[in-house]
Design a protein around this ligand. Structure first.
Ligand code: SF4
Length: 465
């Protein structure tokens, strides 16, 4: 899926980011520290990229056989670094070049990341070193494999074993143009016998020395043995400067949440790591949320949330992937957020705001894009959600919404207001919408029109395309 985050840089941020531009220009005007110090590594498929914008590329097995740091320092990435050192623009980074082409006032991710990753030591190491030197990154996002008990419709078999199995059993969604989910073009390695996982554990003693943020993503990390091995390693060999993050669907058996709580309390309260954060996805509430994220049992999920927030003093962030099925019922999730804020926020600094959320919006696959909906009929839902936030807005009250949350959602509304698709794109999207959900219901035993009565008329209208 393609998400679009929303820049909410304050004036202070902009001043800070701009301060670093001349420093970075000492190396080159296209230099990006993320190419050296940020990495996402998918061990299940053996792929990596430096941020979400360039497509992931394959990590050659012969490179990790010689040096496990090739999980990040691939030959391909090194050549992209060389291009940047020479002032070139690697094509995978077009997202940033396009933003920068709009003018100096536009803040690309490159400029923003340069300002957050920069330290004099990191900068100097790159400036003084060879272009092909291996770098221990400062930030790693790691996926140990695709094992997952959920198959969210907009996800992909690459990232979910449950989705993979569905495609194996039923074949790809050949009736749509977008998001067919073919599985014959990639290989998934089993965690136990995966050479990339083996390389990770060879690299770990070295890379842990300089790491400041480690984010474990999935599949579902709590179902993977490597996650627990990593938590145990940190218990035995603390990294007091490390921030550890886990993306979990929070829909696993409660016994695993109990185990997580015990480990995390031990790590954080014992000063063995600096900080710990959970990120979890929830796009709306109730049966509609269960429909979007097949595998989700909202009762189990809420019980797990309660266990975590009651037995730790840590925060949690909800990633609300705003999509076409979120539009009508989003307020029900907003109401739950306020309920949880009253229940779990405390008045000391640590517990001030433990229930956090972000609202990126989804652009792909097209059948999940909210801009397929007729504006006159569906924008009023968005205004109503925005009004709900506004009527519960108080930056100083931890039980209410804050200004930034309002601003972020206001921009989602603006995005829907201003995105007008061509008749051809609308036709393609609506056709895929109907064919996708008809097939989804057939395979998954769900019922779209019963679950989304507000969208029934739209659903049938898409059948005419
Ligand atoms: S230039 Fe932009 S797209 Fe490329 S690695 Fe840096 S932040 Fe990512």
């Amino acid at each position: 899926m393609i998400l679009s985050g929303l820049r909410n840089n304050t004036l202070d941020d902009i001043v800070r980011i701009k301060k670093f531009i001349p420093i970075m220009n000492e190396i080159s005007p296209t230099f990006c520290l993320a190419k050296w110090h940020h990495t996402t590594i998918y061990l299940g498929t053996g792929e990596t990229h430096s941020c979400y914008h360039p497509a992931p590329h394959k990590i050659p097995l012969n490179e990790i056989a010689v040096d496990p740091s090739a999980l990040h320092n691939t030959e391909q990435k090194k050549h992209e670094r060389l291009e940047m050192l020479n002032g070139g623009k690697p094509s995978g980074c077009n997202y940033c070049w396009n933003i920068e082409a709009l003018g100096e006032d536009y803040i690309s991710d490159r400029k923003e990341r340069n300002s957050t990753i920069y330290t004099p030591e990191r900068f100097q190491q790159i400036k003084d070193g060879d272009w092909f030197q291996n770098i221990n990154p400062q930030y790693i996002e790691i996926s140990f494999g695709n094992e997952c008990n959920f198959k969210c419709g907009y996800c992909h078999p690459k990232h979910s074993s449950a989705y993979y199995k569905e495609i194996k059993d039923h074949g790809p969604y050949t009736m749509v143009k977008n998001h067919r989910n073919d599985i014959d073009w990639f290989k998934i390695y089993e965690e136990e016998t995966n050479p990339y996982v083996e390389a990770w554990w060879r690299w770990w003693p070295e890379v842990r020395k300089t790491l400041t943020i480690l984010r474990i993503t999935g599949g579902e990390p709590l179902l993977q043995q490597s996650t627990w091995r990593l938590l145990e390693d940190l218990e035995n060999n603390p990294l007091p400067n490390l921030e550890l993050n886990i993306n979990t669907n929070f829909g696993v058996k409660p016994v695993l949440i109990d185990r997580l709580v015990e480990k995390v309390n031990n790590l954080v309260n014992g000063g063995k790591i600096k900080d710990f954060k959970i990120f979890t996805s929830m796009d709306t509430w109730g049966t509609q949320a269960e429909y979007i994220r097949t595998g989700l049992d909202i009762t189990v999920w809420e019980r797990n949330l309660d266990t975590y927030l009651t037995k730790t003093s840590l925060p949690i962030t909800f990633m609300i992937t705003f999509n076409i099925l979120t539009v009508t019922n989003f307020q029900s999730l907003l109401e739950k957020i306020l309920e949880w804020r009253v229940k779990y926020n405390g008045d000391n600094q640590n517990k001030w705001q433990r229930v956090r959320f972000d609202t990126p919006f989804l652009k792909e696959p097209l059948q999940y894009d909210m801009n397929l909906l007729p504006k006159d009929e569906f924008l009023p839902y968005m205004y109503s959600h925005l009004n709900y936030i506004k009527s519960n807005l108080d930056d100083k009250n931890r039980f209410k919404f804050n200004d930034l949350e309002y601003a972020k959602f206001e921009r989602v509304v603006k995005y829907m207001e201003t995105s007008i698709y061509t008749p051809e794109k609308l036709k393609e999207g609506k056709k895929d919408f109907f064919n996708w959900f008809a097939e989804y219901d057939r395979r998954r035993g769900t019922n779209f029109v019963e679950t989304f009565p507000e969208l029934t008329e739209f659903y049938w209208s898409c059948n005419d395309n």
